[in-house]
Design a protein. Structure first.
Ligand code: PRP
Length: 187
């Protein structure tokens, strides 16, 4: 535990070594499953997925394209309404040629990925599948099962490896559980 941010971490939930094993495993699965694809597109959902996406795309050995979307949940102030707002869209006309893999850092309620899969299918993508590094099934509001999954985790406040609290901690190279006093003192 070296940096100033490390001090806010109660314990490491997923180490750098474990993340490395997970990304290697998923990349091998993608190499196998998409080897016959003519246009394999990794779609990173900003911002949290950017670190996972970067590692994953380096380990995939088949030809791959990348693109980005940014979405947010509409909020009524205290609770998510469940509606999804597209902040950055895919502006391309070749979706009918693309086998899209949506890359996420975490699934909570399942609303974001449910919405995006439907949205991309309606927009004519050749195929749409999903990949998440972390999955919190205990938090599910809508039924959703990803096609590729790194790890199922308990309902803890996790940060690091792209995941933030108040826009901080994304650059930590591991996934840690945040000390409760860090977020409790801000409420
Ligand atoms: C997180 C995560 C997913 C979404 C999952 O993004 O990256 O996109 O929440 O939640 P859901 O399953 O309940 O829909 P967040 O809104 O925190 O934005 P960020 O990636 O920019 O931090």
């Amino acid at each position: 535990m070296a940096t100033i941010l490390d001090r806010d971490i109660e314990r490491v939930l997923v180490s750098q070594e474990e993340i490395d094993r997970i990304t290697t495993r998923i990349a091998a699965e993608l190499d196998r499953d998409y080897k016959d694809s003519r246009r394999f597109l990794l779609l990173c959902i900003l911002k949290g997925s950017v670190v996972f996406m970067g590692d994953l795309m380096k380990k995939v050995t088949i030809p791959v394209e990348i693109d980005f979307m940014k979405v947010s949940s509409y909020s009524n102030g205290t609770e998510s309404s469940g509606r999804i707002n597209i902040l950055l869209d895919l502006n391309r006309r070749d979706l009918s040629e693309c086998d899209i893999l949506i890359v996420e850092d975490i699934i909570d309620s399942g609303r974001t990925l449910s919405y995006l899969v439907e949205y991309l299918r309606l927009n004519g993508a050749r195929s749409v599948k999903t990949c998440t590094l972390l999955d919190k099934p205990d938090r599910r509001v809508v039924d959703f099962v990803p096609d590729y999954r790194g790890l199922v985790i308990p309902d803890e406040f996790v940060v690091g490896y792209g995941l933030d609290y108040a826009e901080q901690y994304r650059a930590l190279p591991y996934i840690g559980i945040l000390k409760p006093e860090v977020y409790e003192k801000r409420v």
